[in-house]
Design a protein around this ligand. Structure first.
Ligand code: GUN
Ligand code: ZN
Length: 443
């Protein structure tokens, strides 16, 4: 084998299985929003999607030399997109018995203290990325800690694996232990240096990350706004309206603001690349303002149930036309799996007297997440030209799944069973930029 054939082999490959991807939002486009091929082929070249479609059509185009792998009873999906997660909280997932504010003080802050040590941060970043990829998640919007070195460690680990990741250092200058507080000026300088070091390097992007309004002074929130102004294209990532005690506290701390979102609005933090985690208890004005500014909500079902935060009125947000992604919110959330997250998302809507269609749910987990991150021309779909981030899911990963799938009468039922019963055991392979970054049997 000469060098050329090795390169060809590595840079071009085709995969045959059922394939599903979205080209728009089912809430707006109905069945036009997705393409489903029961027997499909995905052809990947140079890290991007070259072609996708029914097997007979794509195979007719596929040169003989390109390797073709076939997966019976499997489904190819775009890689999942997790629009809100904390990598330093990996080790404290499943911490018992508290709601948000006491949970932060009891578990979160002591855990995050350890990330002053960059070696420690680097070791957790590896565990975290392994876990994302084992669950088929290829892009995430990620909180670090207040320590800039926590973000250096994370980006280095993500860069080594050629992953598309967005992350930022927490800005927090009050109401937290001394070892976790910066100042408005220091957080500005540290964030700026990180933006210059990492934003736009390979597949990495930076998010300005004030933790939430109660742990920042007005001065620090203004500094966050200044960073956004000075660096067009960076993201804003924070929490919003998660817990009723938190909201009451925000009203006390910022009496001049109309509502919680207005605190961020006054600091210039809303916009197309702004992502607010939770948004459970928003008033009509806040919803309208999110929609108007094209800001996004990261809905975090497992976290909202685990921390007893509340039930998201998804229909209200959708009616307003707000961009919505899904987040696991580990460690407030209880699973890295976006399939587990979809299961809980459905149950939350059931408790609200609504439902969540399985296509709509999978849209949120893929292209909807990409849209929330303003990356819907790049990832979250399998259209030709998109980056080849995808996962191959085993629809018969457990005996119960195999038994249930045999009784599904159509693709909607199959997808709903996948969303409801699936987890990391379904993820046979995960690919980033066309390269296999997780293979189940090797673990
Ligand atoms: N609000 C402020 N900080 C946090 C956090 O770490 N997790 C969650 N779920 N909410 C927050
Ligand atoms: Zn969070």
């Amino acid at each position: 084998m000469n060098d050329k054939s090795i390169t060809d082999h590595e840079s071009s490959c085709a995969y045959r299985a059922a394939i599903l991807y979205f080209v728009g939002d089912p809430h707006q486009l109905g069945e036009q929003a997705w393409h489903y091929h029961e027997d499909g082929v995905l052809w990947v070249e140079d890290g991007h999607i070259k072609a996708v479609g029914p097997a007979d059509q794509v195979l007719a185009l596929l040169p003989q030399r390109i390797p073709l792998e076939t997966f019976a009873h499997h489904l190819i999906l775009p890689g999942f997109i997790d629009t809100h997660i904390h990598y330093p909280q990996t080790e404290m997932i499943a911490a018992y018995g508290e709601q948000l504010l006491s949970w932060l003080n009891t578990y979160t802050f002591p855990t995050e203290m350890q990330f002053a040590d960059e070696q420690y941060a680097a070791s957790v970043a590896e565990v975290f990325l392994d876990e994302l990829l084992r669950n088929g998640t290829t892009t995430a919007l990620v909180f670090g800690t207040v320590h800039p070195q926590s973000v250096d460690a994370f980006f280095q680990a993500a860069q080594q694996r050629s992953l598309r990741m967005i992350a930022g250092k927490v800005m927090m200058d009050r109401h937290a232990p001394e070892g976790l507080c910066d100042t408005a000026e220091q957080s500005y300088a540290d964030s700026k240096a990180l933006i210059e070091r990492w934003h736009g390097v390979d597949r990495l992007q930076y998010a300005v990350t004030p933790r939430f309004a109660p742990t920042s002074t007005q001065q620090q929130l203004n500094k966050a706004g200044q960073l956004l102004q000075e660096h067009p294209g960076v993201y804003l990532h924070t929490h919003l309206s998660e817990n009723t005690d938190e909201i009451a506290w925000v009203h006390e701390l910022f009496p001049q603001s109309k509502n919680y979102l207005d605190v961020y609005d006054q600091a210039g933090l809303l916009g197309r690349r702004s992502v607010f985690a939770h948004g459970i208890h928003l008033c009509d004005d806040e919803c309208a303002r999110l929609a108007e500014t094209a800001s996004a909500i990261a809905h975090c079902p497992t976290s909202n149930l685990f921390l007893g935060s509340g039930l998201l009125p998804l229909d209200k947000l959708q009616k307003q036309g707000i961009n919505i992604g899904l987040g696991t919110d580990v460690g407030g959330g209880t699973s890295f799996s976006m399939l587990r997250t979809l299961d809980e998302a459905y149950k939350i809507q059931q408790l609200r007297g609504n439902t969540l269609d399985p296509f709509q749910a999978l849209y949120f987990a893929t292209l909807g997440g990409a849209k929330a991150l303003d990356l819907d021309q790049t990832i979250g779909s399998l259209q030709p030209g998109f980056e080849a981030d995808f996962c191959i899911l085993d629809l018969q990963a457990t005996p119960l799944m195999a038994f249930r799938m045999a009784h599904c009468r159509n693709v909607r039922e199959t997808l709903f069973a996948l969303n409801t019963l699936g987890d990391d055991r379904c993820v046979e392979r995960t690919y980033a930029l066309g390269r296999c970054v997780h293979q189940k049997e090797f673990k």
